[in-house]
Write a protein that binds this ligand. Structure first.
Ligand code: F6R
Length: 249
């Protein structure tokens, strides 16, 4: 018999499957309580099991996304939305083509000039504000300590903008792009400040490769050298880990 241990802010699940079910439970509860909830979503390998579970719940008739609005954290730059490498395609593939969500947005990865990029970033912030702000923000954590693509050096008041990816982040993405040379050097990411304005934040991590950065983010200094540490300043932050990711806490 496996059990999930939950302290006030930290939930430790015995394995990845239980971790994803716990996070999907939290998202489902939020959508059931507020059918027009605004969700902030992440890509990457960590939330894949969460999306699978949400799709299953929708197919079982237990969840309705028709009133929900979703904003994704980031998109590579430059990147066409229709590219198989885009985060837009990722979200379509793993969640949105399977559920009845009518409004989901991903930052624009192909805006053009610097001025056009800046304009689409301002527009994304305005769209979040017009939707009433993010009710529940789901985050993964990169091995550099990034949240979204806010790499070390990102201040707590940063907003949606064009960012440079850290070398380790590009290396971590190399396999999915078929080699490091194909990985973009930049991305459009919502800011740390944008993330911290969400009413509730869930940061999830799985696997031993994340144990050290989870320890540093959760127990070290709160600093812009480790952007994920900023989440500890949020009054409604929940950390969801499996036992491997929690092994150094
Ligand atoms: C993805 C994102 C990133 C990832 C992080 C972890 O939209 O913003 O911060 O959450 O890089 O990625 P995985 O889950 O692939 O380890």
């Amino acid at each position: 018999m496996t059990s999930t241990i939950s302290a006030s802010k930290v939930t430790i699940a015995p394995d990845y499957a239980h971790l994803c079910e716990s996070v999907a439970d939290r998202i489902s509860a939020r959508v059931q309580a507020k059918p027009n909830a605004v969700l902030g979503l992440a890509t990457g390998s960590t939330p894949l099991g969460v999306y699978k579970s949400l799709v299953q719940r929708f197919q079982d008739g237990a969840l309705d996304f028709s009133g929900v609005t979703c904003f994704n954290l980031d998109e590579y730059y430059p990147m066409s939305a229709t590219s198989p490498h885009s985060y837009h395609s990722f979200m379509q593939e793993h969640l949105f083509r399977h559920v009845n969500c009518r409004r989901w947005l991903v930052p624009n990865g192909q805006a053009g000039s610097d001025a056009q990029v800046a304009e689409t970033c301002r527009e994304y912030e305005a769209q979040i504000a017009e939707a009433g702000g993010i009710d529940l923000q789901i985050l993964g954590i990169g091995r550099t300590g990034h949240i979204g693509f806010n790499e070390p050096g990102s201040p707590p008041d940063s907003r949606t903008r064009l960012v440079s990816l850290a070398p380790q982040t590009r290396e971590d993405a190399a396999e999915s792009f078929g080699g490091l040379t194909h990985v973009p050097h930049q991305a459009v990411s919502i800011g740390v400040g944008t993330i911290l304005e969400a009413r509730e934040i869930v940061l999830m991590a799985s696997g031993a490769a994340k144990a050290e950065i989870v320890r540093a983010a959760w127990t070290g200094s709160v600093t812009e050298h480790l952007p994920a540490s900023w989440v500890r300043t949020h009054r409604n932050i929940h950390l969801y880990l499996d036992t491997d990711a929690a092994s150094l806490l």
